[in-house]
Design a protein around this ligand. Sequence first.
Ligand SMILES: Nc1nc2c(c(=O)[nH]1)N[C@H]1C(S)=C(S)[C@@H](COP(=O)(O)O)O[C@H]1N2
Ligand SMILES: [Mo]
Length: 313
Amino acid sequence: MVFRFPETRDVSPTAESDYKTRRRFLTSLGMGTAGAMATVATVRHWRRPPITPQPRIENFTRNYTFPVDRPLTQQDAVLRFNNFYEFAADKRSVVQRSRGFCLDPYTLVIDGLVKRPLVLGLEDLQAMQLEERVYRFRCVEAWAMTVPWVGIPLASILARAEPTERAKYVAFESFLDVAQAPRQANLSFPWPYREGLQIEEAMNPLAFVALGLYGRFLQPQNGAPLRIVLPWKYGFKGPKSVVKMTLSATRPPSFWHTLQPLEYGFTANVDPAVPHPRWSQAQEIEIGGWGQRRPTLKFNGYGEWVAHLYPRS
Ligand SMILES: Nc1nc2c(c(=O)[nH]1)N[C@H]1C(S)=C(S)[C@@H](COP(=O)(O)O)O[C@H]1N2
Ligand SMILES: [Mo]
C-alpha cells in the first residue's frame, strides 16, 4: 500500500530544526568551520527549494470561536511536508512537483440536488466574507499540525446553491489535469480525487473551505486555490484543489475508501481508540517540532461541536 508508516519518523525534526541541530552538533565537535557550514548549507538548499510567497489576503475577520490550546505549526513545515498524490507519493517532493500548478480559469461548480446550480469564479469566492480560523489538523498517518486557515464556512457556500430536501450527501471532486499532474495518467488510482460528507456534516459550522493559510493565498502544494478542511476528521477527508461539489441522495465515492476500504472508512473521524489496521492512532506527532508525541483526542478535540452527529459512537 501507499502509506509507509510511520512516516512520522521522517517528520521531525523538520529540515529547519534539523539544520540548527546539526550546526550545534558540528560546533560542539569543534567543526563549526566555514567548510562544514557550506556543506550543511548545500544539503539544506537541496532539501529546501525556494518557495515564492503567495499574495497576502487583505480582508478577513478573525473567528476564534473554536479555541486551540497549542502553538501554530511553523509555516515552513506546513508548506514543505505535504500529501498530494496527484504530484508525488513522497511528502517532501510535493512542493517541487506541484510548483507552478495553476487552475486557470478556475471555476467551482455546485450542482446535483440544488435549486440554483452555480458556477463560481475565484472573484465570487474572494468577495464572500472571509475569516481566519486556527484549527488542529490530524492526518491518518499520525502526524498533526495547527494551522491558521483563511476561508469561508462550507455551509455558506452550499447555501448559495439552495440544496433540496432530497440532498443527503455532498460529493467533492478535485481537479483532473494530466498535463499538470502526470501521476493522474496512472489509472490504477480512481482519479480525480473525490471525497464526500453527509449533509449534516457539511452544514456543521466547523466544516470550512480554505482559500489561504498564514494570511496568504494557498500554495499549490496545499491545495490552491480551494480546499476542504474538516478538523474532526482525518486529513484525507479534505480534498485539495476542489472544482466541483455535487449534492446527492446516495453516498458518494471516496478516493482512499475506494482503494483500501478496510483501511480508510467513509466517516473517518479522528478516534484514538480505533487503530488503523497497520498502526495505532493513540498518539500523534507534531510536524515542524522536535518529535513530541501527544495523545490523540477523540474527534481531534472537537467533540463539543460534532459529537451529536454520531450518537452511536
Ligand atoms: N486532491 C487531493 N487532496 C488531498 C490529498 C491528495 O492526495 N489529493 N491528500 C489528503 C491528505 S491524506 C492529507 S493529510 C491532506 C494534506 O494536506 P497538506 O499537504 O496541506 O498538509 O490533504 C488531503 N487532500
Ligand atoms: Mo493524510
